[in-house]
Design a protein around this ligand. Structure first.
Ligand code: SF4
Length: 393
C-alpha cells in the first residue's frame, strides 16, 4: 500500500533538486554561476559529470526507471541539478536521438513514481511550473483545462485516458491524483525529449570528450541479430523497408508505437531471421516496456503455428494504420530516411518482406514451406484477423 508523504510544502531547493527540469532550477547554483565549459571540463565538476553519465546509462538500461540510480540518491541538490544538466547537454550532442528519448522516458517515469505518492499540492506545483493550469478539484482530485488534458492524454493511448471516460465540466477535466501524475509524466517526457540547442563547437567538443559514453549508449541499443540453428541467415537492417526502419527508430527513441506496429515489427523481424532476444531488445525503448509481457507477446507471435510465426501485415494494412513511410520521414536523423523510397511505389509491391527480398535480404520461410520447396505459399499462417495474401513474401 502506498504511504503518502505529508502535505508539507517543499522549499525551493528541495523542489528543484527533486525536479531539476523545472524552469528556474538553475537558482540552485546561485550565487555562483557554472558555465557549460566548466561543467564539461573543470575537475571540480567531475562528480556531477559521473552522476550525469550514470543517469544516461541507467535510462538506456532501464527506461522504465524501476531501479534507483545509487549515485543520484547520495547527491546534494547542486550536484543533482548539475548532473541533470550534464546529461541533458551530452544527450543533445549525441549522434543519435535514441539516448535522449530513452532518458526522457526514464526521467519522466522516475518523476511519476514520486508524484503519484506526493501530496496533491506538490503535484499542482510541478504541473503549474511546467505551464499547465492544474487546480485542486476536491477529494484529492485535480482539474485540468480540456485542451491541456487532450495534449497530454492523446499520446498515452491507454483506454482509461480516453476523454469519453473522464469527468468533464465547464471545459475542465477532473482526474484523480495518480492519473494527474501520469499526465505530468507525459508533460515531462515531451519537455525532456527536445534536445537543448547547442553551438556546433560545443557539440563537437562533447562528442570528442564523451566518445566512450556514446559508445556505451550505442551498445545498449543494438541492431537485430540473426538466430542460429536450422534456417539461420544474416539479418540486414540496412535493407529493411522504410516502415520497419521507422518502427525501430520509434522504439529506440522512446516513442509509443501502436499495437499494430508492435505486432507487425515482431512478425517482420522473425521472418527476417532475427533471434528472439534481439526482437525483445527492439522493444526496450518503448515507454511502457515490460520485460515479461514483451517476452510473452514476442513468444506468442514468433512461436505461433509450430514456430512459423504470424505473417507480418501487408503494405495496405500498414498504410491504413499510418505506418507506411514510403514518402520519407521528415524528422529522421539520417538523410536516407528522410527521402521518398521509389521501390515502395512499384505497383507490384504488396508486402514489406517483398521489399526486403528485392533489396537482397533473405526471408526465412516457415518450416512447413521448406518441406514443400521454397516459394510455395501452401500452409503459411495468416496474420491474425487478416485474409491470406497470395503474394510471395
Ligand atoms: S510501401 Fe510497404 S514496404 Fe514500403 S514503407 Fe510502405 S508499408 Fe513499408
Amino acid at each position: 500500500m502506498a504511504v503518502h508523504r505529508p502535505a508539507t510544502p517543499l522549499d525551493a531547493r528541495s523542489l528543484y533538486a527533486a525536479y531539476p527540469f523545472l524552469p528556474g532550477a538553475e537558482a540552485l547554483l546561485e550565487p555562483d554561476r557554472v558555465s557549460i565549459r566548466s561543467l564539461l571540463d573543470d575537475p571540480a565538476y567531475s562528480r556531477p559529470r559521473a552522476i550525469g553519465a550514470a543517469r544516461v546509462l541507467a535510462a538506456a538500461d532501464d527506461p522504465r526507471a524501476t531501479r534507483d540510480v545509487a549515485e543520484l540518491d547520495r547527491a546534494g541538490p547542486e550536484e543533482r541539478y548539475l548532473s541533470f544538466l550534464f546529461a541533458e547537454i551530452v544527450l543533445a550532442a549525441a549522434p543519435s536521438a535514441a539516448g535522449l528519448r530513452r532518458w526522457a522516458v526514464a526521467e519522466a517515469k522516475r518523476t511519476y513514481a514520486r508524484l503519484a505518492d506526493a501530496p496533491v499540492e506538490e503535484l499542482l506545483e510541478v504541473a503549474g511550473r511546467l505551464g499547465f493550469a492544474a487546480e485542486p478539484a476536491g477529494n484529492g482530485k485535480v482539474a485540468l483545462p480540456l485542451v491541456d488534458y487532450l495534449r497530454l492524454a492523446v499520446p498515452i493511448r491507454e483506454a482509461d485516458f480516453r476523454l469519453s471516460r473522464q469527468e468533464v465540466e465547464h471545459g475542465k477535466v477532473r482526474v484523480g491524483r495518480v492519473r494527474a501524475a501520469r499526465l505530468v509524466q507525459e508533460a515531462i517526457r515531451l519537455r525532456l525529449g527536445v534536445a537543448l540547442p547547442l553551438a556546433e563547437e560545443v557539440r563537437q567538443r562533447v562528442r570528442e570528450q564523451e566518445a566512450d559514453l556514446f559508445r556505451a549508449l550505442a551498445e545498449r541499443t543494438p541492431a537485430p541479430v540473426a538466430r542460429t540453428g536450422p534456417g539461420a541467415t544474416i539479418v540486414r537492417p540496412e535493407l529493411f523497408p522504410p516502415c520497419i526502419r521507422k518502427m525501430l527508430r520509434m522504439l529506440q527513441s522512446g516513442e509509443n508505437l501502436s499495437h499494430a506496429g508492435r505486432f507487425g515489427l515482431a512478425a517482420f523481424l522473425h521472418r527476417a531471421g532475427a533471434d528472439f532476444e534481439s526482437i525483445v531488445d527492439a522493444y526496450r525503448g518503448a515507454p511502457d516496456f515490460d520485460e515479461s509481457i514483451t517476452r510473452y507477446q514476442v513468444e506468442h507471435i514468433t512461436r505461433h503455428d509450430g514456430g512459423a510465426g504470424y505473417t507480418p501485415p501487408e503494405c495496405d494494412t500498414l498504410r491504413s494504420h499510418g505506418l507506411c513511410f514510403r514518402e520519407g520521414d521528415p524528422g529522421a536523423e539520417r538523410p536516407a530516411d528522410r527521402l521518398r523510397d521509389e521501390m515502395c511505389f512499384r505497383p507490384d509491391l504488396r508486402h514489406p518482406l517483398q521489399y526486403y527480398r528485392w533489396k537482397g535480404g533473405k526471408v526465412v520461410e516457415p518450416e512447413r514451406e521448406s518441406a514443400t520447396g521454397p516459394g510455395e505459399a501452401r500452409g503459411r499462417p495468416a496474420a491474425p484477423g487478416r485474409s491470406r495474401s497470395t503474394d510471395r513474401r
